[in-house]
Every structure is written in C-alpha cells, then in structure tokens.
Design a protein around this ligand. Structure first.
Ligand code: NAD
Length: 489
C-alpha cells in the first residue's frame, strides 16, 4: 500500500509539525483507508502564519522587488517540474485522480498554467499615465501605480488541488503579495509540497505559509476574520463562498470567489458532428468533480430520441473502463470521500423521485474497491426546474434536457443560479449568436476550450466574483494608487 510522506505545515520559513504534535489521517478515496498523516494546525499555528505573512509584506522588499520575485517563482517552478512523480502520487492517492487524468488538469495542465502565468507576467501593467487635467484652478499630471494588495489567504478545495493552488499562489506571489495557503482537509499534501519546495527555492521567511487541519472551517474562518489579511482568494462551494463574504465584511475583506457551477451545453440541430457533441458531455473526467463541467446537456426536441440512443450506446461502450488505479487509460476514479458519495447517491435518488428517467448507471460500486465509487450516470426526460438540473451535484451525473428552439435553449441555459461555463455546438454564426447571450464567464463554441492559464476564468451570478489566471488573474491581487503632481514638475 502507498504511504504518502507526512504533510507538514510551513510557517515563517519553517517546515513544522502542528503545535502539540496533533495529526490526522489522510484517507485514500480508492480504499477508504489511511494513506498518510497530516499535521492538524491549531489556532496558534494559524496565528503564527498570519503574523509571518504580515511581517514579510510590511518589512521586506518582497512587495517592491519585482526581479527578485520573478527569479524565485521561476526557480520554484523548476522544483515543481522535478517533483512531477510526487505530484502525480498525491493527485492519485489524496484526490482520487485516475491515472489518465494526471496528464490533464491534475498535474500537466496545472504546471502549464504556471508557465502561462510566467509568460503573461510581462504584460502586467504596473503604471499608467493619465496625462494632465485642469481642475481646482491648476493643472495636474496624474499617474496610476498598481501595487500588491498585501497578505493573501488562498483557501482551496480538494477536487483539482494542485491546479487551484497554483492558480492562486503563483499569481499572488508574482503580484508581490505574501500568501497563506489553506488547502482542503482531504488534500493537505498538495498544499504541503508548496511549503517544502518554497524552502528549497529559498523564499524569504513568511512570504509563503501553508496551514491545514482536519476541521474544514477553523483555519479558514480565522484567515477570513483577521484584519491583517487583506484579500481572501477562495475556490469551493457557493455556501462557503457566501459565508466568507459575510465573515469578511467586518474587516471589509477583498474577496475573490470561484464557486460552483451547473453549466449547460447546447447542441443545436445543425451541429457539425451531432453524435460527437452529445458524447463529449459524458461526465467521466475525475468523476464529474469539476466546477466548470457541462453537467446539463440541452438537445433539440426534434433530435431528443437520437441523442438518448447515442448516450446509451456511449455509456454502454464505456462499460467498466473506469475505476482502476493501475490503468493509465482511465479518466475516472472514485469520488473524494464518503460524505460526497452519499451526497451524489442522494441526488440520484432525488432525480428518480422527481420523475426523471435513469438512462444509465445510478449505483454505488463497492465491487470496484472499498473506497467511494459511483458509476457514470445519466438522466433523461429532465425538466430544468428539477433539483438535479438546478443544484451542483459534483459527481458523475449528467442530466439531459430537451428544448424547442434557440430562444428556449438560451432561456433554459440561463435559468440557473450559476453562471460559470457552458458550450454551444452548431453552425458557426448561429452558435456564436447564442454564445453571446449565455450569462456565464466562459462559453466554448464547437468545443473551443476556454480553460487555459493565459486567459481569465471565473463566474457570473452564484458562480463567483473576479477572475483567476491570465494577466487578469495577477491583477486581481493589485491595488490602484493614483499619484498627481503639478503639471510640468
Ligand atoms: P467547501 O466549500 O466546503 O471547502 C472549500 C475550502 O474552504 C476548503 O479548504 C475548506 O476547508 C474551506 N472552508 C470550509 N468551510 C469554511 C469556512 N467556514 N470558512 C473558510 N473556509 C472554509 O468545499 P468542499 O467541502 O471541498 O466541497 C463541497 C462542495 O463544494 C462540493 O460538493 C462542490 O459542490 C463544491 N466544490 C466546488 C468547487 C469549485 O471549484 N467550484 C471545488 C470543490 C468543491
């Protein structure tokens, strides 16, 4: 059995046990058995991390020395490159990633995102000249300078932990902020490695800190409430995102929120490859545990029966080709933990109770192992007002909704509390027209890919506030300061 190295905290330049030596077990989603140990941070540990990050921001040249931080972030990247095998182990054993997913968002695309940040760094605007203006009886020359916001708390989920940790930590460092990374309790190792490699890279003490613990809320709430933290960058559930806004209000915390989604893919009757477009929505990758997955498939009434037959054949074709940790072709493993498995199975029951037709799947699969396996599942005859069409399931459950015409498809896609991503496939001009009317942060037309480290990503409505990745992702961590002086000075 694999045993992961113990996940240690990283506070003020020191790799540390939690105060008092508290630890907790890290559970493998494949087996339900302990696969390692992690430090269980106390309030005192979190307090020390906040103090260190504050001091490093206020008292060192980290925030002003752009060349130094670019060089360190590059060196850090090289150390992560050398750690690829360990990153893959962590993704598999902590997050439950299947081997076929490692080359995608779990490791390869996460590191690619880091490279993209380094590439766009040159395009960050640090100053802007606003020219002269006459006012109050004299002429002033105005410039804007863009400065790091300060101490950043990066609170991250378990689904693609390396990807999200990079999305926040690298951007905040490049902007000149100091960071406290707080990964989810299920995936402490994917956070701890940021501490280990930061020490090796030689970051100044306090610039990066990593804290985690068994209690999902304790450390995060301390970070959100503390006046010494300037910005909270959070990815996770909409419920916790709302709580962060509430708890951050007394200190007027700046918040970046990347929350849930229930994204729609609209396949038009003139889609260039109708069968392929229907099949690409099969919710397999990482057992559907992705915020931007297209979990509502919208197909025209005129081709509904055809879509249903294509999906049945697709899921039957997939058969049992998932859930084997040793198979490099598999894209889907277990869901993260027992609670999540129960939640997903609960939604499958709700779908049946609501009158949707279970076309394929729907069961737990203990025969795959003692972990948390739910089979790929698809519901047809779904109405958009059903809970399985409105609520984020975060599991391998696709729902298929019929629509009458383009207007109806747009209405259904937009009748959602969420607005993260989506897709439209069909003849190009028609699909583009529809894409412009979908109220989401990204839309892929004819399977165009909107997720990459050099372009912004984020949500409308209950899917969040702000943008991660790209130049915009670095600029999220900047403040604007205007400076004016008498013209001609
Ligand atoms: P979560 O929102 O509960 O937790 C995300 C992070 O926030 C974790 O680090 C957690 O420890 C921390 N946290 C929890 N309570 C907090 C609080 N009160 N204050 C500050 N931080 C707090 O998400 P989860 O438990 O990891 O997953 C639950 C649901 O969230 C999933 O079922 C799914 O619907 C959704 N989810 C969404 C995404 C996404 O990318 N949009 C990712 C993971 C999970």
């Amino acid at each position: 059995m694999t045993t992961l190295p113990e996940a240690k905290l990283f506070i003020d330049g020191q790799l540390r046990d939690a105060a008092g030596g508290r630890t907790y077990d890290v559970i493998s989603p494949w087996t339900g058995e302990p696969v390692g140990k992690a430090a269980d941070a106390t309030a005192g540990d979190v307090e020390a991390a906040i103090a260190a990050a504050r001091r490093a921001f206020d008292e060192t040249d980290w925030s002003t020395n752009r060349e130094k931080r670019l060089a360190l972030v590059r060196k850090y990247r090289e150390l992560f490159e050398a750690a690829r095998p360990r990153l893959a182990e962590l993704a598999i054993h902590e997050a439950g990633a299947a081997m076929g997913a490692i080359d995608k968002a779990h490791v390869a695309l996460a590191l690619q995102g880091w490279d993209d940040y380094l590439e766009v760094f040159d395009r960050v605007q640090w100053e802007k000249d606003y020219g002269n203006k006459f006012g109050y009886g004299y002429e002033s020359h105005r410039i804007a300078v863009y400065e790091p916001v300060g101490v950043v708390a990066a609170i991250t989920p378990w689904n693609v932990p390396l990807y999200v940790n990079i999305g926040k930590v690298v951007a905040a460092l490049l902007a000149g902020c100091t960071v406290i990374l707080k990964p989810a309790p299920d995936t402490p190792g994917a956070g701890a490695i940021f501490g280990e490699l930061a020490r090796e890279a030689g970051f100044p003490d306090g610039v990066i800190n990593v804290v985690f613990g068994q209690n999902p809320a304790e450390a995060g709430e301390m970070l959100v409430k503390d006046p010494r933290v300037d910005l909270v960058s959070f990815t996770g559930s909409t419920a916790v995102g709302k709580r962060i806004m509430e708890q951050g209000a007394p200190t007027l915390k700046r918040v970046f929120l990347e929350l849930g989604g229930k994204s729609a893919k609209i396949v038009l009757d003139d889609a260039p490859n109708f069968a392929m477009d229907v099949l690409t929505t099969m919710l397999i990758f990482h057992a559907g545990q992705g915020c931007a997955v297209q979990s509502r498939l919208l197909v025209p009434e005129s081709r509904y029966e055809e879509a249903r037959a294509i999906l049945k054949q697709g899921y039957e074709g997939l058969g049992d080709n998932w859930g084997d940790p040793a198979n490099p072709a598999h894209l889907m493993g277990p869901v993260i933990n027992k609670r999540q498995m129960e939640r997903v199975l609960g939604y499958i029951q709700i779908g049946q109770d609501e009158g949707a037709t279970l076309l394929y799947g729907g069961r737990a699969r203990p025969d795959k192992g003692s972990g948390y396996f739910v089979e790929p599942t698809v519901f047809v005859d779904v109405r958009n007002d059903m809970r399985i069409a409105q609520e984020e399931i975060f599991g391998p459950v696709l729902v298929v909704i019929p629509y009458k015409d383009d207007e109806d498809a747009i209405r259904i896609a937009n009748e959602s509390a969420y607005g993260l991503s989506g897709g439209v496939s069909g003849s190009f001009d028609r699909a583009m027209k529809i894409a412009r009317r979908i109220r989401t942060g990204s839309v892929g037309v004819n399977n165009g890919m909107c997720i990459a480290g050099d372009i912004p990503f984020g949500g409308y409505k209950a899917s969040g506030i702000g943008r991660e990745w790209g130049v915009e992702g670095i600029e999220e961590f900047l403040e604007t300061k205007m400076i004016a002086y008498p013209a001609g000075a």
